[in-house]
Design a protein. Structure first.
Length: 355
């Protein structure tokens, strides 16, 4: 029952929440899953950090965050039904990928089988193999303490006794999200962190790279080739403990993996979409600014520095767009999108100056 509840919370709820964004008359679950999950992560960041600073508990976080998440899910479901959307007749991943000639059909089938096989291999490794990482002694200890007694960054995870709030950690409460999932599902914190989140976050990362491929390549066969390269890089990308592939495959329960494996690629995918709109002489949609604001807040959820890096990139890119396209109409929207994550960076800066 715990695994079922966890699966529904990580799949069905984000799809419903993602329906709050504007769409056409067909349901595309992968994109909605991504946008809904990033919106839920952004909401968790906005809810949890003030509660941690006020020395609240996990129960306080869940009392605020869970009802708000359910309300967003119900609102998205109402929007979906009100628009009378219908499921897409073709797969969201394949669509018209099967070309006219027999040779192209065979190549597409082989590419699809290879991508699925490599993905299943990674899922098998995540479910059956264990990877030791020294940072678990802090991150997973914080998550387990929050799950067992509700304490949020107030108990020393390395030994005994209490400790003061360290703004480097409390501004990135990703372990608290892991603890909340464990408390909701009734599963052990390590089971959620090492097994469930490994499967979920790696699969979610592949969906993001599919969106990147959709922006780069018009033909879906080329997208499958792109995904095959991503699979190979993921499996053999452990050339250093600091690569994004190493973080996502071996340390998916830590916030650094969330930033490098999901927030950064999602940021790139949105920039590709917004850049295409600017190339066509159009102003990016408001939903794009909301989405990228959620991605930057997700970067803050994973790492205080990760959110600052995304914020810096966002500012530089918008200045480049304003100069190259000779349009400044998008700048007010860009500033509004950056304000929530900029607030957390400002809090961290002020805490450093106070020390």
């Amino acid at each position: 029952m715990g695994y079922l509840l966890l699966a529904l919370w990580l799949t069905l709820l984000p799809i419903c929440v993602g329906s709050l964004f504007s769409y056409q008359n067909t349901v595309q679950a992968p994109l909605r899953l991504l946008q809904g999950q990033f919106l839920l992560w952004a909401l968790f960041q906005l809810v949890t950090v003030p509660i941690v600073i006020a020395e609240g508990t996990l129960e306080h976080v869940m009392a605020v965050y869970i009802p708000l998440s359910v309300i967003l899910g119900l609102a998205g479901l109402v929007c979906l039904l009100k628009r009378k959307e219908r499921p897409a007749l073709q797969s969201a991943f394949l669509g018209d990928a099967f070309a006219q000639t027999t040779r192209e059909k065979n190549e597409t089938a082989v590419l699809l089988i290879l991508v699925l096989a490599l993905w299943l291999f990674q899922m098998y490794i995540v479910l059956t193999q264990a990877v030791y990482d020294g940072d678990d002694s802090f991150y997973m200890a914080v998550a387990n303490l929050a799950n067992t007694n509700g304490s949020l960054y107030q108990i020393n995870p390395y030994s005994m006794g209490t400790m003061g709030l360290n703004y480097r950690y409390i501004l990135a409460p990703f372990p608290v999200w892991v603890a909340m999932l464990a408390r909701m599902s009734g599963l052990h914190t390590l089971t959620v962190g090492h097994v469930a989140l490994g499967v979920f976050l790696i699969s979610l990362s592949y969906l993001i790279y599919w969106q990147i491929g959709s922006g780069l390549f018009k033909e879906k066969m080329n997208r499958l080739r792109f995904m095959l390269c991503v699979c190979v890089l993921y499996i053999w990308g452990n050339t250093s403990i600091h690569t994004a592939e190493s973080f996502l495959i071996t340390r998916s329960r830590q916030g650094k993996a969330l930033v490098s494996g999901l927030a950064f690629p999602a940021f790139v995918s949105i920039l590709i979409s917004m850049g295409s709109s600017l190339d066509a002489g159009k102003t990016p949609k408001a939903s794009s600014y909301i989405y990228i604001s959620c991605v930057m807040l997700t970067g803050c959820l994973g790492s205080a520095f990760g959110g600052a890096i995304l914020l810096l990139f966002w500012g530089i890119i918008n200045l480049m767009w304003a100069v190259s396209y000779r349009k400044i109409r998008q700048l007010p929207g860009a500033v509004c999108a950056a304000l929530p994550s900029a607030a957390f960076s400002l809090i961290y800066l002020l805490s450093c100056l106070a020390d």
